[in-house]
Design a binder for this molecule. Structure first.
Ligand SMILES: [Fe+2]
Ligand SMILES: [Fe+2]
Length: 211
């Protein structure tokens, strides 16, 4: 992965969202996820809550950036709406709630985030874009493998994730005061690709390749 070419940030918004990802999800992950879609659905509900709380945390931390807080407030509301839709799906499909440990994924990305601004905000926005890109890739791949009700729902969510990736990237571009975005995107994309594809004993929406 270290030999991958640098990412061309300027072009990415026009391309398919998966273009900022440096590695594709292994077919084994899609097979395991389709076989255990009930477990995935429970973890998915957690991911939607986390997506909303990440946006809210940014709103609190960067409360003076009104353009950022306005956009992320809309995003948080949309993620909570997704959460409600996932819970509705769980009820309809009779999937019981289960308390699950989170994947290593978000924490793995978070560890590489710089502790001081302006670098910290840029890193958090880049992580947001990559998480949305991975979610998009997995929703697209999963949709045809799932029961019809769930497959249609996931296909719709894939479109939202593509938009969210674009939003995070745009916010990052606009706040890139040190012209560090291409380098940071490359750095985090490598970490993200490793987390999403390295062998993983846990099955989660953002887990690695099942062992
Ligand atoms: Fe969502
Ligand atoms: Fe999202």
């Amino acid at each position: 992965m270290s030999s991958a070419p640098p990412l061309a940030v300027a072009n990415e918004r026009a391309e398919a969202p998966a273009s900022i990802l440096l590695a594709s999800t292994a077919p084994a992950w899609f097979a395991a996820a389709a076989a255990q879609w009930q477990l995935l659905l429970v973890d998915h509900a957690n991911c939607e809550k986390k997506a909303a709380s990440t946006a809210l945390a940014l709103i609190f931390s960067y409360a003076d950036d009104l353009s950022l807080t306005e956009r992320l407030s809309r995003l948080a509301r949309e993620e909570l709406k997704h959460f409600e839709q996932v819970q509705r799906c769980m009820r309809e499909l009779q999937v019981p709630f289960l308390r699950l440990k989170p994947a290593r994924y978000a924490e793995g990305l978070r560890r590489a985030v710089r502790t001081h601004d302006p670098g910290r905000l840029l890193d958090l926005l880049v992580c947001g874009a990559l998480i949305e890109a991975r979610s998009h890739e997995r929703f697209v791949g999963l949709a045809p493998l799932l029961p019809p009700r769930l497959g249609e729902f996931y296909a719709g969510l894939a479109q939202s994730e593509a938009r969210h990736q674009g939003l995070y990237l745009r916010l990052a571009e606009q706040r890139d005061v040190q012209a560090a975005l291409p380098e940071r995107l490359q750095h985090f994309a490598q970490i993200e690709a490793e987390l999403a594809t390295a062998p993983d004993s846990q099955l989660r929406f953002h887990s690695g390749t099942p062992v």
